[in-house]
Design a protein. Structure first.
Length: 186
């Protein structure tokens, strides 16, 4: 006797805890990444300060300006009345951007400087930047930051996206990220 497989519930409004978890994890990642870069290159004087600050501006700008302007207007949550997406950025996007087309949502993953690639860069850059800093000027604090950054990345990819976010997202049927994670049929 076959057991019927239950499909995941698609949220119109994510539970309030989900955007909080998503954004706290994101902010912590960007903040620790910036601090890690500052500490990793402190031996180089002002270079560490400049690199850490540039990373911070890039990461927050990519997530909280570029995404609401370029990606969110094409998402189903933008036009869905009284909705809250996994990040809650649809509410910000509705205030600062014009509506787009759901058919264009997949373009977020097209091109070398597409929003998906910039998002991945914002998550991976501090990890890659801290490693050489550990080689040149090892410290337990810097190693701890590196471990925390890797743990946050793993948490994002193995808990937030597949279990809290993408699984319940109404955009998962047009989202390239959801397709690559295999959550469309769950």
């Amino acid at each position: 006797m076959a057991v019927a497989q239950r499909k995941a519930q698609l949220y119109k409004r994510y539970p309030a805890s989900t955007p909080w978890i998503y954004n706290l994890t994101t902010g912590l990642h960007f903040g620790l990444g910036s601090a890690g870069i500052l500490i990793a290159y402190a031996f180089a004087g002002w270079v560490g300060t400049v690199l850490g600050t540039l990373y911070f501006v890039f990461a927050f700008g990519e997530m909280y300006v570029l995404m609401p302007l370029k990606v969110c207007p094409n998402c189903v949550y933008y036009a869905l009345k009284d909705s809250v997406c996994v990040s809650g950025l649809n509410a910000l996007s509705q205030r600062i951007a014009r509506p787009g087309a759901v058919a264009a949502f997949g373009k977020r993953a097209q091109g070398i400087l597409c929003p998906n690639n910039l998002y991945m860069a914002s998550l991976l850059l501090p990890i890659l930047a801290v490693i050489p800093g550990l080689v040149f000027d090892f410290s337990v604090l810097l190693l701890s930051i590196l471990i925390a950054l890797v743990a946050l990345l793993v948490f994002r990819f193995f808990v937030i996206f597949p279990k809290l976010g993408c699984l319940h997202c109404r955009a998962k049927f047009v989202c390239p990220q959801a397709g690559s994670m295999g959550v469309r049929e769950r």
